[in-house]
Design a protein. Structure first.
Length: 130
């Protein structure tokens, strides 16, 4: 009946290398802001209806371009239109989260990592001095 193009958003405007670099940038920003879990959930939910996400980005694109860089919005549209690119973004987020390399702020530790100098509760289960 209708043919949905394989890559409807990218009509040769961006190379695969440009989109892959943008995916890494977005993944780094997500991990740095500690929004990995909500982002992964949203992307997993958006994957089956990626064409609707692409269509909504087309509809709201002019409004978003008034607030954000138009080229970044176009790249994000290309990513959201293709399930394989969404999967690449998910893998990039998960890789950075597992490596802990999205943490650029000195003095802030990633969750789950030990902090030197901090001790656990006392032997009776009390916290130190509270």
């Amino acid at each position: 009946m209708w043919d949905i193009p394989k890559d409807p958003a990218n009509d040769g405007r961006f190379s695969d290398e440009e989109l892959d670099a943008f995916i890494e940038t977005v993944a780094g920003g997500v991990v740095r802001r500690r929004m990995s879990v909500p982002a992964v959930i949203a992307l997993e939910l958006a994957k089956p209806v990626s064409f609707l996400g692409y269509s909504s980005m087309l509809a709201f694109g002019p409004i978003l371009e008034m607030m954000f860089d138009p080229q970044k919005i176009e790249k994000l549209t290309c990513i959201l239109a293709d399930r394989e690119r969404i999967e690449s973004l998910l893998k990039a987020i998960e890789k950075l989260e597992n490596d802990g390399s999205g943490n650029d702020e000195p003095g802030k530790e990633m969750p789950g990592k030990e902090v030197p100098g901090k001790e656990g509760p006392d032997k009776e289960g009390e916290s130190g001095g509270h």
